[in-house]
Structures are given as structure tokens and as C-alpha cells.
Design a protein. Structure first.
Lengths: 205, 205
């Protein structure tokens, strides 16, 4: 059988097809790279319309990554999808605290979810400057609550939970925090989308 | 802020919304569970049209899982998304061999990709009965080549690579192997879709 086996060629051809099919839809160069990588990951052109990128988001994210910041991912799937080799070369790593023993104990003691305690732990970690939330609306709700209570603001929130209950709302309420954000308006998103956005930033550096 | 924090309630409400919005589209009970879990994972109703489930696929997959089979996942993201607790209770585990030292050495020696050697290794492992391929069209091409050369057939191929080069074609060519399959026709799919299909089967047991 004849098929393209070379990953770089597959990726190059894919981005050419995406650019062509986007047709008249124009983005500035850096926004376009985020949008196209998300479409590359989903084969879903609707993301060209529902991705909303705050004007400072890409610069703020890239600056943080260049400084070797860590990233908090809300699930193992997001963590798994981020290019840890490239991130590591910049001095950063991806963290997820949901299964940490201290988080489990604390959540039980305070009778709140582990996701909520994990977000608090991440916000107390000074090297975590980017939150990549692909699944849990409650992670975004908690981020908002804690920032409004005075916890240090991150440099970028990637807020792309997917779903039918709370997902769309959770993405709306992080837009007024004074924190640069990249969201997918509406129901769509997910772990692959969150990881694709982080990787798009990494590949611009 | 008031928001639903209880995962079981969120999931129940989500499936009710999905069922309502599917409207006139009817599936048999088990197929519907697969379709709805994929839509739950993607918020994309197009999957109701592009999921193709071979008539023996669900029964064959469930039987293999009940017998404690292992699953081969083509990437860490697919591996990460599968519910390993439920799978473990049945006696199974998820494997990915792409980073194994023996695979790396063998691929270099034979000058072929690690993905291809990893698939061969998986096919030689008698306890792997299900292949969950969410990313690599080359994994499906390799599966076809090896089965046609006489390697033992798995009980189920979940073939849902996403992409613009080779993905759609790779899903077509596994339909004539005499192996039950679940695919997404066309470009869409991905790690979250592959994991959702496996989880839908696990939750039916």
C-alpha cells in the first residue's frame, strides 16, 4: 500500500489544506496559528468561528513559556497531549494535582471536590502561570472565585471545557477577570483542543 | 456562584440533553450508547451521522473486555482517556508500545516507523484483542497489512484517526478485513473519541 508515512510531510500538507479551506476567513498571523492547529486536531472548521482569543493572550502566554513557566492541566489527557519535550527545553513542565495525596485528604476534610483543591494548590505554586482547562467547568468556576478573592492572577487561562452542563457558562465568566484568555465559545472544546492551543504557542517560540 | 458540582448529575443531565437534541435520529440501544458518549465527549452532533458500527462490533468488544483482554492505544492521550479503573476490574489494561526501548531499536534497525513496530508488537501479544486508534492512520494501514499477511485478527478495531491526510482513507481500508470495527467516516475523530468509544463499551458491562 502507498501512504504518506513521514509525519512532517503529513503535517505540512494538512496545514495547506486547512488554509485553503478556510478561504476568505483571515486571522492575524499568530491567531491563525492557534486556530489552524485546533482545526488540525479536530478536523472541525467550526473552531474558526468559536475560538475567542483575548488581544493579549498569545503574547502573554509566549512570554510566560519563554520564562520557563509551568502549566496546570485539569486532566491527564490534557497533560498527555502537551508537547513536553518542547516545553521542557524552555524549562517548564505540566502539572496535574487531582490525584495528589494532600489534595485527596484536604478535599475530604473540607468536603469539596478534588478539582477545586487542586486548582487552589496550583494557584499557590508560583511557577504555574498558565492554566489549560479542557474538561472541568468547575475548574474555571474555581479559578474565578479565587482570583476575585485576591489570589495571584495567572498569565493566561486556556478555557475550553466541552459539554452540555456548565461548559459554555464557565467560559463566559472568566472573560471579566483581567486575565488574558483563549476560549471556545459554546459547548465545544476538550482535552485535545486545550493541548493543541498550548502546542500552538510552544511552536511559535 | 451557583453551579452543578456533582459529576453524576452533570453526566445524567448531559445525556438527557443529547437524547432530546438527537430528536428523530434513532439507534438501537447499544449503538445509541456509543453514539451518545462520543457526542458527550465532543459536543458535536455530526458524530451521529459519521459513526459506523459494524453489526458485530459491540458484542465482540464487550465479550473480549469481559474476558479480561488488554487494549492497544496508539497514543498516550488515548491511553490516558480510557477508564482504567473499570477496565482493571475486568482484568484488562491499556498498552502503548511506541516508547518501548525494544521498539525504538527495532524501528531503527529496520528503518521503519516506531508506530509500525509497535503495532506488530501488539499483534504478537495474545492478550491484546482490541485496538483503539485515535491518531495514526499509519497504525490502521499497518494493521491491515499484517492481518492480510496472516497475523491473528483482533476482536475489535476502533479506528478513528482525525486528520486531513490519510485519515479518511485509513478508516475505509479496514472495513474488508473480516474484523468487527467502529469507525468515524471522513476526517473527524481523535483521541477523545477513541477513549469515549472504549468507555462506552466498558460502561455497558
Amino acid at each position: 500500500m502507498n501512504y504518506v508515512k513521514e509525519p512532517k510531510t503529513i503535517e505540512k500538507n494538512s496545514f495547506e489544506i486547512i488554509t485553503e479551506e478556510l478561504g476568505d476567513k483571515k486571522f492575524d498571523e499568530k491567531e491563525g496559528k492557534v486556530v489552524k492547529r485546533v482545526i488540525h486536531t479536530t478536523a472541525d472548521f467550526e473552531y474558526a468561528d468559536i475560538l475567542e482569543i483575548h488581544e493579549d493572550a498569545i503574547e502573554s502566554g509566549i512570554k510566560a513559556l519563554k520564562n520557563g513557566c509551568d502549566i496546570y492541566a485539569d486532566t491527564g489527557m490534557v497533560l498527555s497531549g502537551i508537547n513536553k519535550r518542547v516545553l521542557g527545553e524552555l524549562g517548564g513542565q505540566v502539572c496535574n494535582f487531582v490525584h495528589d495525596e494532600d489534595v485527596v485528604i484536604e478535599a475530604k476534610k473540607r468536603e469539596i471536590t478534588r478539582s477545586m483543591v487542586a486548582i487552589e494548590k496550583a494557584m499557590n505554586n508560583k511557577n504555574i502561570k498558565i492554566f489549560a482547562i479542557g474538561n472541568a467547568p468547575t475548574a474555571l468556576f474555581t479559578l474565578k472565585e479565587k482570583i476575585e478573592k485576591g489570589m495571584p492572577k495567572p498569565d493566561l487561562i486556556i478555557g475550553v471545557p466541552v459539554g452540555f452542563v456548565g461548559a459554555a457558562e464557565s467560559k463566559e465568566i472568566i472573560k471579566d477577570l483581567g486575565v488574558p484568555y483563549i476560549v471556545t465559545n459554546g459547548r465545544k472544546g476538550g482535552s485535545t483542543v486545550a493541548a493543541a492551543i498550548v502546542n500552538a504557542l510552544l511552536y511559535m517560540i
